[in-house]
Write a protein that binds this ligand. Structure first.
Ligand code: ATP
Length: 195
């Protein structure tokens, strides 16, 4: 079993995230991808994310009908700051014998040496890096192992989605239809443009 682990705030999930997952699935022949929404990212300490229930619901809407894409709420249940090493330790026990690959966008490469227990993390998992507009293809930091994918680089971010939702602008083609409909009907991200 070869499983992709995809952590993030997913606040909200958008088509860039889905293309990351699709690229990893196809290019590495993964058996599945587990989306792991963070309770609180260590790199976004000053920002209060949207309620876990909302982010989880939108994620489930986005992944509906794709059994190879699963959602694992363990970081939300654990609460506090979400450290990848804790999650990897947990999932290593949950999927004994599986090859675990941690997916990141190219913007996260430079931060890797700052992740908690970086050396142990680098020894435990290989990283899969998906290009993101504005971020060059660089060598892995010391000790880290990478697969660089081709993907389909897309300049969409959750910040952009929050900004557009707050301004009442269309989210069409940037998030799945069901996610756009939920954001609109539940009036989500109305006052969060600057987060
Ligand atoms: P924000 O704009 O709030 O910082 P974000 O769009 O970067 O959010 P996150 O949920 O923080 O989304 O990202 C989770 C993971 O997905 C990270 O590894 C990030 O690099 C990656 N990612 C997000 N959007 C893209 C994209 N458009 N292309 C490639 N990787 C992406």
């Amino acid at each position: 079993m070869k499983i992709g682990l995809f952590g993030g705030s997913f606040d909200p999930v958008h088509c860039g995230h889905l293309l990351v997952a699709q690229a990893a699935l196809e290019e590495l022949g993964l058996d599945g991808i587990v989306f792991i929404p963070a309770a609180q990212s260590p790199f976004k300490a000053g920002c209060m994310p949207t309620a876990p229930t909302v982010r989880l619901r939108l994620l489930r809407l986005a992944l509906a009908g794709r059994p190879e894409f699963q959602v694992e709420p363990l970081e939300l249940e654990r609460g506090g700051i979400s450290y990848t090493i804790d999650t990897v330790d947990h999932l290593t026990r949950l999927y004994p014998g599986a090859e675990l690959l941690w997916l990141i966008g190219a913007d996260h490469v430079a931060t890797l040496p700052l992740w908690r227990e970086a050396a142990r993390l680098a020894a435990l998992v290989e990283f899969v890096v998906i290009p993101r507009p504005g971020f060059d293809k660089v060598e892995p930091p010391n000790g880290f192992r990478f697969h660089w994918l081709h993907g389909w680089p897309l300049g969409v971010s959750s910040s952009l989605i929050r900004e557009r939702a707050a301004l009442g602008q269309s989210l069409n083609q940037m998030v799945p239809e069901a996610v756009a409909a939920a954001i609109l009907s539940e009036k989500l991200y109305q006052g969060s443009a600057t987060r």
